[in-house]
Design a binder for this molecule. Structure first.
Ligand SMILES: [Ca+2]
Ligand SMILES: [Ca+2]
Ligand SMILES: [Ca+2]
Length: 576
């Protein structure tokens, strides 16, 4: 037992010793153990809490009034829009310049009735994923993942005879009318179901769809739901069914708990409606579903491909203790439900499962990064940052957690593949919403999606863009808008644009314009304190129809360890 414990510790050290970003060859270490030892329960797997890192930025609301947005992506031929999937069935098309939004496609009538206890209650079902075909501009094809009534038999089912599924997952192909500019709302020319999967319980549906750089469609399925991924345990509505005695995660003979890879233009699958690529890792195995690309997942709710390297990154939601990020390799077994994160998982019969410091016989790929439930409740996968405006996020994987304590206190993290840090938001202490998903535009810039209820109801869904505190371009330092409290009732938003004064100390800046400044300012007194790194400069308020002019001071602080001329607006104070 001691030896096993030591082995696990060394593996963990190995995991955390990578120095480069997330990449295919820095992927999880296949932890092969020859035998099983039960071990002791682990109460606090990671005693250290996640600290805020040096990357400081702002969340700028692009648009609001959505329901429960969970995924955002863009089309190469429509770069000014972000397409955002909403759990209630809407696919929104959001103008990134004006913030205007419209329902591009409405799938709500196809969904099961959402809300476990009726309106305004929790649910994990809904419109959970979509992917435009890589050649959408030529073929108009869109793929969707929806939770629909199980009113007919499905292509795949683990439900025993005499029992009924909770619902079924439907992968659908829609052919949309092509137009330039893009026609919105979309016009569906034709559609077909690619395949369907019965879902034993309401939860753990996965749902993310993405085309890989190989132009194949990857689809994530959770373990079927309930808890502990075993039959028999009491769950909502009665004893669990549809998981078998050993769970779906470790049973790649069905799609549940697996990441599938298919060719939607082929026809050599069981139902003849899609293709199974000949280079899929389990083709010809006879026991493993040939669609399987990797397995051993619990609820891989979100995954993405690194747009630069093609690395496939899955965020797998854990059970009671561990949230994890996996670098996915073809044929890999990611452990659930005999492991939760890098720990042995004990399903504990009919009682709640738990992790131990024991070992499990088998060949498992452990997470590249993981955190425990002192830090959150469910990981929400995001993207490798490949944008241009936030230098500190380069080569970092951005992701989040739905809520630290399950009360709307979502978090946003980033990782270099070795450690996890929390974004330091300068316009707020914490996001202040349930983090439900992320989005990526054609420039590689990222968006956080969430709402203030955690439910697929209401109109608090909001899309936030991650924006830098300041950017330096062509001799101009752009400082984003800042909200200034004028008195108890009034707030005004200012934006500053600064220019480096030629032939001067590079830290002497001159205000040449601000959106709400009527006149240019010159010869104002700027002071720079070498000791504190603070630059004091004035703003002038000429807005609001008032003839009174008020003067405000902005305090800028140079961020340590970032390239020179990167600033953040630290605080704005009324100096009067
Ligand atoms: Ca902890
Ligand atoms: Ca795992
Ligand atoms: Ca159990």
């Amino acid at each position: 037992m001691k030896l096993h414990h030591l082995t696990l510790s060394l593996l963990l050290l190995g995991i955390f010793s990578h120095e480069t970003g997330l990449s295919a060859d820095s992927g999880g270490i296949a932890a092969t153990t020859a035998d099983t030892a039960a071990g002791q329960p682990v109460d606090n797997p990671f005693p250290e809490s996640i600290a805020k890192g040096k990357v400081r930025l702002r969340l700028q609301a692009v648009t609001s009034g959505l329901v429960a947005p969970n995924w955002g992506t863009a089309l190469a031929n429509d770069p000014d829009h972000l397409y955002v999937g909403d759990q209630n069935g809407a696919l929104w098309r959001i103008d990134l310049v004006t913030g205007e939004k419209e329902v591009f496609l409405d799938l709500s009538s196809r969904l099961v009735s959402l809300g476990l206890s009726g309106a305004d209650s929790y649910d994990e079902r809904g419109f959970l994923g979509f992917a435009f075909h890589p050649q959408f501009a030529e073929n108009g094809l869109l793929y969707t993942y929806t939770s629909e009534p199980a009113d007919q038999s499905s292509d795949f089912s683990t439900i025993p005879a005499g029992s009924s599924p909770n619902h079924r997952s439907v992968i659908r192909e829609l052919q949309l009318a092509l137009a330039s500019p893009i026609q919105s709302p979309a016009v569906i020319l034709s559609e077909r179901i690619v395949f369907t999967v019965d879902q034993p319980q309401f939860n753990h549906n996965g749902g993310a769809l993405n085309f890989g750089p190989d132009n194949m469609l990857y689809i994530a399925f959770g373990d079927g739901g309930g808890a502990d991924d075993r039959d028999g345990q009491e769950f909502i509505g009665g004893p669990m069914i549809g998981h078998g005695p050993n769970g779906n995660g470790q049973n790649p003979a069905n799609p549940l708990g697996s990441l599938l890879r298919i060719d939607p233009s082929g026809n050599n699958s069981g139902n003849g409606k899609y293709g199974i690529p000949s280079d899929n890792p389990f083709v010809g195995s006879g026991t493993t579903l040939a669609e399987t690309y990797a397995y051993g997942f619990r609820n891989p709710f979100r995954f993405s491909f690194d747009s630069q390297t093609g690395t496939l990154i899955v965020a797998d939601v854990g059970q009671n203790k561990i949230e994890e990020v996996d670098i996915v390799q073809a044929g890999g077994n990611y452990g659930w439900g005999v492991k939760e994160g890098s720990f042995r998982f004990d399903p504990n019969g009919g009682d709640a499962g738990f992790i131990t410091d024991g070992t499990v016989a088998g060949n498992f790929i452990d997470p590249v990064i993981q955190y425990d439930h002192d830090e959150g409740t469910a990981i929400i996968g995001g993207f490798m940052y490949r944008g241009k405006t936030i230098s500190g996020l380069q080569d970092r994987y951005l992701f989040g957690d739905v809520a630290k304590t399950g009360k709307g206190d979502g978090r946003i993290f980033y990782s270099d593949g070795t450690s996890i840090l929390e974004l330091d938001l300068t316009d707020r202490d914490q996001p202040g919403f349930w983090v439900l998903g992320f989005g990526q535009d054609t420039d590689g810039e990222l968006y956080a999606l969430g709402n203030t209820t955690g439910m697929p109801f209401g109109t608090t869904g909001t899309v936030y863009k991650l924006i830098p505190n300041a950017s330096f371009d062509s001799g101009f330092l752009d400082i984003p808008a800042v909200s200034v409290a004028l008195d108890e009732n009034t707030r005004k938003v200012y934006r500053a644009r600064l220019q480096v004064v030629p032939n001067s100390d590079p830290l002497r800046l001159e205000v040449i314009s601000a959106e709400e400044l009527a006149e240019r300012l010159r010869d104002d007194q700027f002071t720079y304190d070498q000791t504190t790194g603070q630059l004091i400069l004035p703003f002038v308020d000429t807005s609001g129809g008032s003839s009174q002019v008020s003067t405000y001071a902005a305090t800028l602080e140079r961020i340590p360890d970032l390239p020179q001329l990167t600033f953040e607006l630290k605080q704005v104070t009324l100096v009067k």
